[in-house]
Ligand binder design. Structure first.
Ligand code: ASP
Ligand code: CP
Length: 314
């Protein structure tokens, strides 16, 4: 694996290998007083975020540090991006400073793919073989989120294959939804997207999933339900009448959580808007795996860095 740009670059074997590595790293660190493996000593990992982030940016930094890499964070605010420097010049500058891996989040769909193409083309000029990881590009993809969600489903349900997973809410603006649909389908899950027609993207009928507009018709059949944040910052116009009406139509309330099978798991990629897409009592309930997702995020990102920078283990 040269870069991680899209879950569609991963077949079931490659995705499972990443999840297995994440599991092994988790086990290797369990109970250790000093959470430090020497695996990536001397490697430089740079996060370059043009959009806000708590989980992804911090967990990549922690993942790199736990594997002894040198980690550096760059955000658009405070960098020379503010003086008009382009994405390409910024990335090439970081590569020329010896970045072995650049992890990028950007509001433009396709930004990580462009960076990877430049990194490959300009390898000789920058003097570094830099790999690129997509940490969220516009409304397109968020591959490490889908991997950590799959890791969490494996932990909680024992397997992903054959499980029915409902993804509910603002699919239109969600890179998490797209990455999850494609990765979960690759891993053999049966995925149903539940959203109002206004919050579904053009072409969704070609995705490997079923579409529903009725959350209450789906709940009793689900092994897991993933609620999506309503991405207000990406909305130009009104996609539903009001927050209250959205919550009535699609929010995961106590009553809806009670309609799930007993074993079913609740996921949310975060950040949550409590009370709108998910009731606080459901987010904090025993069936919620939301903080387990965050914990798995560190191990999955360790695995991604490991496979990219040290090669997949035998
Ligand atoms: N944090 C995720 C993302 O950046 C989900 C969200 O913000 O709603 O895509
Ligand atoms: N889930 C997720 O990507 O969270 P952040 O936006 O906080 O990184």
């Amino acid at each position: 694996m040269k870069h991680l740009l899209s879950v569609t670059d991963l077949d079931a074997a490659a995705a499972t290998a990443l999840l297995d590595t994440a599991d092994r790293l988790k086990q290797a660190l369990l109970g250790r007083e000093v959470r430090k493996l020497p695996t990536l000593r001397g490697r430089t990992v740079i996060t370059m975020f043009y959009e806000d982030s708590t989980r992804t940016r911090v967990s990549f930094e922690v993942a790199g540090k736990w594997m002894s890499a040198d980690t550096v964070n760059v955000s658009a605010k405070g960098s020379s991006v503010g003086k008009g420097e382009s994405l390409r010049d910024t990335a090439l500058t970081l590569a020329a400073m010896g970045a072995d891996c650049v992890i990028v989040r950007h509001p433009a769909s396709g930004a990580a793919h462009r960076l990877a193409a430049w990194a490959d083309r300009d390898r000789a000029a920058t003097g570094t073989d830099t790999c690129i990881v997509n940490a969220g590009d516009g409304t397109h993809e968020h591959p490490t989120q889908a991997l950590l969600d799959a890791a969490t489903l494996r932990d909680r349900l024992g397997s992903v294959a054959g499980r029915r997973i409902g993804i509910v809410g603002d699919v239109l603006h969600s890179r998490v939804a797209r990455s999850n649909v494609f990765l979960l389908a690759t891993l053999g899950a049966d995925v149903v997207l539940v959203a109002p027609p206004t919050l579904l993207p053009v072409g969704v009928q070609q995705w490997p999933c079923r579409i529903s507009h009725e959350i209450d018709a789906e709940l009793s059949t689900l092994d897991a339900v993933m609620t999506l944040r309503v991405q207000a910052e990406r909305m130009r116009g009104a996609f539903f009448p009001s927050a209250r009406e959205y919550a009535i139509g699609y929010g995961l309330s106590d009553e809806r959580a009670a309609a799930l099978p007993q074993h079913a798991v609740v996921l949310h990629p975060g950040p949550m808007v409590r009370g709108m897409e998910i009731a606080p009592s459901v987010a904090d309930s025993a069936r919620s795996a939301i903080l387990a997702q965050v914990r798995n995020g560190v191990h999955v990102r360790m695995a991604v860095l490991y496979h990219l920078l040290a090669g997949a283990p035998e």
